[in-house]
Write a protein that binds this ligand. Structure first.
Ligand code: NAD
Length: 371
């Protein structure tokens, strides 16, 4: 198949980890006979410096036309006092493309058992996915600021809640059929609406899926105390942002976790793939200014984001599983970046990428031999 990908490396370690994701997609393209084409563009601080805006109209237009977008990370201390903030580019991109559902899978790998600060017996077999609402809530509400006070408005509509809860329930259907909806319904009006709508969607449209509700404060505790119990967690924008950073400690490092931001499938008769599900794929970590430019970043979150791109935007589930297996095997074989090597040492970004690519080659040769 032919796929056009816009690559937005961004700032800090963004360019280092997206290079690894691109190399992975190129390897998959070569191995499986797909014509994957890349177009690199600026976003965030890099775009502010070069183009005077965190996301230019031309870049947004290129993203609209693409099959998928691969992003590194945006931001950093250099733009802390900038009038235009790097994050504005990313928020605009998500909003303009209608990417309302952010999927963040959390799976533990045996090597993470030592890298995580959580007791190993709690971590074995953890495998859940957080579905975070991405284009509503307090991050997009009106804000005010005077010398005396400030406010950030949090709003959710029924439609915004329905569509993301539907996505979570549909995902659960293909897994263990269990959804925990997280809110703060004992205090917030938006959360009371969230709970009411989530209950209705699960009851009326997904009777085979079990839904439970959990307050966000106790969820923060349960996530560390009994992470194995969870299957799909659905929640609003800010709660999801915080809970998934917390969840990254289960996996051992921020550098391991991927994400996919999805909207509705679009029908575009003029396009080479007429029904497209455009998505934005990025590791959950930020630009990590403390290690940027030193070749130390763990590229696995970005590589696993490329796997999600193959699955969700290109419909190539087999190839996606191939990449996920390659990452797991590279880790099994002792390829560990510094964030996963608490005793010290660890390999760099490029060596880790080579270790994953080598596993893709080895697996492919094994299949050819079997055939
Ligand atoms: N989606 C995004 O682009 C995004 C997300 C979060 C933060 N940010 C921005 O990133 C900047 C830094 O934010 P932060 O320090 O709070 O979060 P961060 O995720 O960049 O870093 C947190 C810690 O994790 C480490 N880390 C992160 N990714 C890693 C990787 N791949 N390999 C090894 N270690 C890794 C960092 O070195 C740091 O110690 C800020 O400007 C923030 O606004 C951007």
């Amino acid at each position: 198949m032919r796929a056009d990908i816009v690559v937005l490396p961004g700032d800090g370690i963004g360019p280092e980890v997206t290079a690894a994701a691109v190399a992975t997609l190129e390897a998959v393209g070569r191995r499986f006979g797909h014509d994957v084409r890349f177009q690199s563009r600026l976003i965030g601080g890099a775009a502010i410096d070069a183009e005077g805006d965190a996301l230019s109209d031309a870049t947004l237009d290129a993203c609209r036309k693409a099959d998928a977008i691969l992003l590194g990370a945006v931001g950093g201390p250099r733009w802390a006092d900038s009038e235009i903030r790097p994050e504005q580019g990313l928020l605009r991109l998500r909003k303009e493309l209608g990417l309302y559902a952010n999927l963040r899978p959390v799976r533990t790998h045996p090597v993470a058992l030592t890298a995580s600060p959580i007791k190993p017996h709690l971590l074995v077999g953890v495998d859940f996915i957080v579905v975070r609402e991405l284009t509503g809530g307090v991050y997009f509400g009106a804000r005010t600021r005077t010398d005396a006070d400030a406010s950030d408005r949090c709003e959710y509509s029924v439609v915004e809640i329905e569509r993301v809860v539907r996505k979570a329930c549909a995902l659960a259907r293909a897994r263990r059929k269990y959804v925990v909806s997280v809110d703060k319904a004992n205090v917030l009006e938006t959360s009371r609406l969230w709970r009411q709508v989530a209950t209705r969607i699960a009851r009326d449209e997904f009777p085979d899926v079990r839904m439970e509700h959990q307050l966000v404060d106790s969820m923060a505790m349960h996530l560390l105390a009994k992470p194995r119990e969870y299957d799909v967690i659905v929640t609003e924008n800010m709660f999801g942002d915080i809970l998934t950073d917390e969840a990254s400690m289960l996996a051992g490092s921020m550098g391991l976790l991927p994400s996919a931001s999805l909207g509705e499938a679009r029908h575009d008769p003029g396009h080479s793939s007429p029904t497209r599900r455009i998505g934005l794929y990025e590791p959950i970590h930020g630009s990590a200014p403390d290690i940027a430019g030193r070749g130390l970043a763990n590229p696995c979150g970005a590589i696993l984001s490329a796997a999600m791109l193959l699955r969700h935007s290109l419909g190539l589930d087999g190839e996606a599983r191939w990449v996920e297996k390659a990452v797991a095997e590279a880790l099994d074989h002792g390829a560990l970046t510094a964030d996963l090597a608490p005793a010290g040492g660890g390999i760099g970004t490029e060596a880790m990428t080579r270790a994953v690519l080598a596993r893709i080659e080895i697996e492919h040769q094994a299949i050819e031999l079997r055939d």
